[in-house]
Design a protein around this ligand. Structure first.
Ligand SMILES: [Zn+2]
Length: 250
């Protein structure tokens, strides 16, 4: 048995048996883990309210080789985000962030950048000037970290470099832009303006700390919402549940 610890963000927690809880966390050092917190409902000392979704914690746990469920020993709060629970909209967007990471990341595969990306966007969510278009930026950056970054720099059919004198559409299946010469060869293409393509190129290149400086116009936001939504469904085979809640709030 090995004792380990890491900073983590709590993705979801469910009650288990009479006194236990099962929690899913995205850790900085071990990727996504799922563990059982024995007597968490009884022992305030070891867990308190640290296992609530969104909590940024330091988790201490024990792993056994070849065994799925980890044993969570205790948790310390690094930062709670009470602002999220006070606002229905923030709550819905926050759950969307957690759901995407829960659905799209493999268990126990470290990616520090995914941890940093989540933390950065959860912190942004808590600010007063949080905007919905930031969710599109989160999606795009997450796609890249998961290894399926959409191609905005060249046509996915002929490889021709992006040019302002060309016009483009987007292929969900091929994961990128398609120039006018290649559009008749492919099906199910979605509209995408050159202005949006240039913004998405910037989103892919910028340092994480500067992403909050990018503003998507309403038109770019709508194009991104449609394209990334379909792209996500194509890769995971269904629509995230939290998106339906966001739609109802709108
Ligand atoms: Zn082409």
């Amino acid at each position: 048995m090995a004792q380990k610890s890491s900073q983590a963000i709590v993705l979801q927690t469910t009650d288990y048996a009479e006194w236990d809880r099962i929690a899913s966390l995205y850790t900085q050092d071990f990727g996504r883990i799922r563990g059982i917190a024995k007597s968490a409902k009884r022992s305030q000392k070891r867990f308190g309210s640290t296992l609530e979704p969104f909590s940024h914690v330091k988790v201490f746990f024990v792993t056994r080789e070849h065994q799925g469920l980890i044993r969570l020993e205790r948790c310390e709060i690094v930062r709670a985000f009470p602002e999220i629970a006070r606002d229905l909209k923030k709550m819905a967007y926050g759950h969307y962030i957690l759901e995407l990471v829960q659905m799209l990341t493999p268990e126990r595969q470290q990616c520090r950048d995914i941890f940093s990306l989540m933390l950065f966007f959860i912190e942004l969510l808590c600010e007063n000037n949080f905007r919905e278009d930031m969710m599109r930026i989160f999606e795009l950056r997450l796609f890249a970290l998961l290894g399926y970054q959409p191609q905005f720099l060249s046509c996915v059919a002929c490889g021709g470099t992006f040019s302002l004198s060309e016009s483009y559409r987007f292929s969900v299946k091929h994961g990128g832009i398609v120039c006018s010469r290649c559009q008749s060869k492919l099906h199910d293409l979605l509209p995408l303006s050159k202005g949006s393509i240039r913004i998405f190129q910037q989103v892919q290149n910028l340092d994480l700390s500067k992403l909050n400086r990018i503003f998507l116009s309403p038109a770019t936001h709508e194009e991104g919402k449609l394209i990334f939504g379909k792209f996500l469904e194509y890769h995971i085979g269904r629509r995230p549940k939290s998106l339906s809640i966001i739609d109802q709030l709108r």
